[in-house]
Ligand binder design. Structure first.
Ligand SMILES: *Cc1c(COP(=O)(O)O)cnc(C)c1O
Length: 340
């Protein structure tokens, strides 16, 4: 089967750049949701812990349980059952209705909607949230927000930042009144972190930059990062395609001369999105994907035993008119991972 190689040196390089920006490793929360953006929850969790990262962000408690031993502090973004209490876990409160579902003594990060209008309570509901949570003996250990467009040139970023600043002031006042300890404040994803000149929050939630990507990096003159993942496929079979013959579904690739072609064991069933005759992709070594990608294989103009399908997904993201996140996250979690 195809294999994903994870480049430890590149990952650690990215962590160097990121922790340099936050000021310390303690201020980095590595975002491991969705199988670490397709890179492997356990693999990246283990490497991040080895590097010295203490905080992680996941989607569910089940994911948090899998990495509980690796981190001191885990933020859980989108749990609805709240079934397990753990000292390490900090659960996001995405709406006021959820206050009554949280177990006593749990740690909660209140998510505030500062303009994305997706999840979180409104800035004017913050006091109500604090009162409701403290009545139920739940600890507010964090207050956070998320940017809708930190990677785009627009005023959204600054607008949301200003709204969150006023939320912070309000929270400070509430905590003083209720004699509660001040919670952690965090608002930055990767792009927001690198757009912030004097980072002064408790930590940043860094996803895509960990894996070596930042969209619109050129516009903002973001530092260069190194892709962590490369995808390798093995040859299934070779043949000579004679001039005029076609290969694959629909016969969309037709040979202009006699050529050697081979199939490789990666396809859209593995999450390598389908390419068709209108979308052309060439591997790093210059082999062209010929015709349509099948469910379990694709065809290249080579007979190499092993081929690197990609070592940087920017080109594929362009081919598919999407973002790097989608290319790596879509890969089937069953693809074997090897740390190199
Ligand atoms: C996914 C996510 C992040 C990470 O975003 P990147 O752009 O990958 O750095 C941070 N915070 C929240 C709430 C998220 O959902």
């Amino acid at each position: 089967m195809a294999k994903i190689l994870l480049n430890k040196e590149n990952l650690f390089y990215n962590f160097d750049v990121i922790s340099n920006k936050t000021g310390s490793k303690e201020k980095v929360a590595v975002v491991l949701k969705d199988n670490a953006y397709g890179h492997g929850l356990i693999e990246i969790g283990t490497l991040a812990s080895e590097y010295g990262i203490k905080k992680a962000v996941v989607r569910t408690i089940d994911d948090a349980l899998k990495i509980e031993k690796l981190f001191d502090y885990i933020v859980i973004l989108a749990e609805k059952t709240f079934h397990t209490y753990s000292h390490t876990f900090h659960i996001a409160l995405n709406s006021l209705e959820d206050i009554n579902k949280l177990p006593k003594n749990s740690n909660v990060h209140i998510k505030v909607d500062t303009g994305m209008h997706r999840n979180g309570i409104l800035p004017e509901q913050i006091e109500e949230a604090f009162l409701g949570l403290s009545k139920r003996e739940i600890n507010v250990t964090g207050v956070f927000t998320h940017h809708k467009g930190a990677d785009e040139l627009s005023t959204n970023f600054f607008w949301q930042k200003a709204v969150f600043s006023s939320v912070k002031e309000n929270v400070k006042r509430i905590c003083e009144q209720l004699s509660l300890p001040l919670p952690a404040f965090h608002s930055c994803n990767s792009a927001a972190l690198f757009r912030t000149s004097n980072f002064d929050e408790s930590f940043a939630r860094v996803g895509i930059a960990t894996y070596g990507y930042l969209d619109n990096a050129d516009i903002f003159k973001f530092p260069k990062l190194k892709p962590v993942m490369s995808l390798w496929a093995n040859k299934l079979s070779s043949r000579i395609l004679k001039k005029g013959q076609s290969t694959g579904y629909g016969g969309k690739y037709i040979a202009e001369e006699n050529i050697v072609i081979s199939t490789y064991d990666i396809g859209y069933g593995d999450g390598f999105l389908r390419l068709n005759e209108r979308k052309s992709y060439t591997t790093p070594k210059g082999y062209k994907v010929l015709g349509r990608v099948s469910m379990d294989n694709l065809c290249l103009n080579t007979d190499d035993e092993k081929v690197c399908i990609f070592d940087d997904v920017n080109a594929l993201a362009q081919v598919h008119d999407t973002i790097t996140y989608e290319i790596t996250t879509t890969l089937n979690p069953n693809i074997e991972k090897e740390i190199v």
